[in-house]
Design a protein around this ligand. Structure first.
Ligand SMILES: NC(=O)C1=CN([C@@H]2O[C@H](COP(=O)(O)OP(=O)(O)OC[C@H]3O[C@@H](n4cnc5c(N)ncnc54)[C@H](O)[C@@H]3O)[C@@H](O)[C@H]2O)C=CC1
Ligand SMILES: O=C(O)[C@@H]1CCC=N1
Length: 275
């Protein structure tokens, strides 16, 4: 049986997941979304063929699986508003950064299955990466369903301790933005040297794709892949020396750490909101 899915709060992340799902053949008539903006409801309905509703309660009432896609700061108000409509046979799946399972359980106010996920936007192309953790009310077949859902938009890993979700956020949830930033810097440099934007974008992004595929598909240590490109006294060596001079481990490490710390801060703030 194909489960009906309601996306509460259709924005970037919800769109990334349901567009990936649709591309993988999930029936549009089994997908609902909610938005408070009439123009957005009209747009998503037209563009993707899913049902767009104004009321979260209505979507929750009709769904087997409810995917919570509002911003972390909006989550409590949104969940508490529809909590009376929650049934104990439903599965709730949150994508929110820093919102922990016990906060979600508290706001849902019923012993229901809750899965916390940390996906990323490449899901829209079927190459997403998602970290997952379930509460104690989630059974094996619900976990299997969630694994299949994220397999249809990329890959996933289950973690056994919620503390790891902060690191997942730092490593994959937020990470596409780091790589976009890296590309922006490369393209800027190429343009300063006279190459046009389109050609620069093509060169740098294809190099990034190629590097990622080599890491994923070849069974070789990453440092060896790097060394294979770095001829002694050659060109690559000069670029890498420049990274070392800027202490790349520290620059990147600090960025990942800042992301993880922010996730922890959010968790602390939402945990306090339970009381
Ligand atoms: N954008 C990303 O790359 C990722 C985002 N996330 C998580 O996904 C969640 C959503 O983030 P984005 O999609 O980027 O934000 P977004 O702002 O694009 O989407 C959130 C949507 O919720 C809607 N909304 C707000 N209150 C609502 C309500 N009461 N009823 C119905 N809809 C309502 C907003 O109008 C907006 O369209 C966040 O919790 C974030 O932590 C997780 C992983 C990656
Ligand atoms: O920046 C954010 O808060 C969200 C969560 C992970 C990626 N984007």
């Amino acid at each position: 049986m194909t489960l009906s899915i309601a996306f509460i709060g259709v924005g970037n992340m919800a769109r990334s997941i349901f567009s990936g799902l649709l591309a993988s053949g999930y029936p549009a008539e089994k997908i609902m979304g909610t938005s408070r903006t009439p123009e957005k409801r009209e747009y998503y309905q037209q563009q993707y063929g899913i049902s767009m509703l104004a009321e979260n309660e209505q979507a929750v009432s009709q769904a087997d699986v409810v995917v919570l896609c509002v911003k972390p700061a909006q989550m409590q108000a949104v969940v508490e508003e529809f909590a009376d409509y929650v049934r104990d046979d439903q599965l709730f799946l949150s994508v929110a950064a820093g919102v922990e399972l016990d906060a979600l359980e508290h706001w849902l106010a019923k012993p229901v299955a809750v899965v916390r996920s940390m996906p990323n936007t490449p899901s829209q192309l079927g190459v997403g990466m998602t970290g997952l953790i379930a509460n104690k009310h989630t059974n094996a077949s619900q976990k299997e369903w969630v694994t299949e859902l994220f397999a249809s938009v990329g890959s996933s890993v289950w973690v056994d301790d919620e503390v790891h979700m902060h690191t997942v956020t730092g490593l994959s949830g937020s990470a596409p933005a780091y790589f976009f930033r890296f590309l922006e810097a490369m393209i800027k440099s190429a343009k300063e040297q006279g190459l046009d934007e389109e050609t620069s974008r093509k060169l740098a992004s294809q190099a990034m794709l190629g590097a990622a595929r080599m890491v994923i598909e070849l069974d070789e240590p990453i440092d060896q892949l790097r060394k294979n490109i770095t001829s002694p006294k050659g060109t690559t060596e000069q670029a890498l020396l420049s990274f070392e001079a800027a202490n790349i481990d520290k620059v990147v490490g600090d960025a990942v750490f800042a992301c993880v710390e922010r996730s922890k801060e959010l968790a602390k703030a939402f945990s306090a909101q339970k009381d």
